[in-house]
Write a protein that binds this ligand. Structure first.
Ligand SMILES: N[C@@H](CCC(=O)N[C@@H](CS)C(=O)NCC(=O)O)C(=O)O
Length: 106
């Protein structure tokens, strides 16, 4: 939707991207290879998504388990404009979601 590759974002596009990414948080750990894969995609797309380490921060683990009943990582928390959260599991699904939502097609 931004129409340009990351390095070509205008200030307005960057501001809109920053705003959208404020609704996203990746629950993850440093060592999990599936988390590495998602972090790589986030880096490649240059997305300012908050990384929440569930091994280092028990509050994040507790929030994830209370909300979803599971503690598997990676898990992407997606909060909509109304503040409603949905949680996405599976590294492949998360990467596909990020590409579809943020990657330029040109
Ligand atoms: N198919 C999943 C695999 C995720 C997975 O196996 N994560 C491990 C860490 S590497 C995990 O969280 N295991 C603990 C659990 O499932 O509660 C993906 O691609 O995201």
């Amino acid at each position: 939707m931004f129409g340009h590759k990351a390095k070509e974002r205008s200030p307005e596009q960057q501001a809109e991207l920053d705003r959208q990414c404020q609704g996203l948080a990746l629950y993850q750990t440093q060592s999990c290879p599936f988390c590495v894969k998602v972090r790589r995609e986030i880096d490649r797309l240059k997305l300012p998504i908050e990384l929440r380490d569930v091994a280092r921060n028990p509050e994040y683990r507790r929030e994830q388990i209370d909300s979803t009943g599971r503690g598997t990582v990676p898990c992407l928390k997606i909060t909509d404009e109304q503040g409603k959260a949905t949680w996405m599991y599976e590294s492949e699904d998360i990467n596909r979601y990020l590409r579809r939502r943020f990657e330029s097609t040109d």
